[in-house]
Design a binder for this molecule. Sequence first.
Ligand code: B12
Length: 314
Amino acid sequence: MNHIQGKYNIKAVSTIVGITTHTLRAWERRYGIIEPQRTESGHRLYTEEDVATLRWLKEHVEKGLHISKAVSLLKDGRMHHSFLPPEPTLRSAHVTHTERPLITRKRHELIGALLAFNESEAHHVLDLCLSMWDVESVLHNIIIPVFIEIGDRWGRGEISVAHEHYASQLLTQRIHQFFRHTRVNPAMPRIITMAGPGEQHSIGIAMFSLFLRHRGLDVYFLGANMPGEGLHAILTTIQPHAICISITLEENLTHLLKHVHELRKAYPALVIGIGGQATQLPAFPENLAPYAIGTTQSDWENWLSNLLDAFYHS
Ligand code: B12
């Protein structure tokens, strides 16, 4: 017997998605994007996935994308709500086999545009990516890898410092834009985020800040090279629940250790979290280990869930 997974008839889908039955049939005929199963009497039966696909198409057509363009994006790679696996490492979030070629192409296009100093093309590629995937997916699968690739090319002397700075500035601006457009939930804890003293590497902590913001936390992002002495004013004014510090360079570890020790003494209730490349180095001090948040998405989620538990039960 034929195994039928479809459970919605065309009328139900039309009501759920808000597309007329006439349009549904026309899209099927012209673009072949959905091929609903058929009952024995020949009536269409749609699956949950079909419904999700139609919703996505409708959303993008409403945003101004022509239906044929939306369909080709869909066929080209894949859209869907999130292409991150349940537990990716944030450094190398997996993508499914079918999505990989499209992502690689988008990364190349973005790198090409950035290295040609072509601002509008770079934004166009990013806009297109954002029409296909959610912000965190674009961040982890497109923006971060492009950032690293360009930085590495500069490190190998293959491109000039102007190329590297131009690309970094443009991508950083986009990250900050995402940040501005996410809403804060006033019932959530306040968190200060910063790159520690001596640290110019601020993109990683910007990513983590965005992760927190996306979950509604009230994040105060202080950026790069934040001296410990300068924190008193903000700590006493906003009285945050936590402070998260990023550290990349080994040479800044001693400074960080001192900094954490002082914070601990002056603000015993403040939760301290540390992240960044230096937490993975053998030289990372053992007495800082309890503060390390971890590198995977589930490490970040766990840290946050402990923070929220403590916050709501205090
Ligand atoms: C861009 C870049 C710069 C830019 C930074 C611009 C900016 N606004 O951030 C500039 C040009 C300023 C720079 C300067 C230097 N850099 Co640099 N830089 C890089 C590069 C190419 C990319 C870093 C980056 O942003 N990656 C993308 C982010 C998303 O990754 P990330 O920082 O690791 O963050 C991830 C995690 O670590 C984590 N994370 C980070 N912070 C936090 C915080 C918390 C709380 C949590 C939970 C997680 C978390 O989340 C992120 C997502 O996965 C790397 C090469 C590389 N492969 O990483 C070198 C690199 C980091 N730089 C390096 C060096 C040596 C330098 C310089 C000393 C070079 C020099 N000779 O001047 C200076 C030092 C400046 C200083 N005092 O800090 C080395 C560090 C080697 C080491 N381990 O000691 C690297 C690895 C290059 C290399 N291969 O040698 N750099």
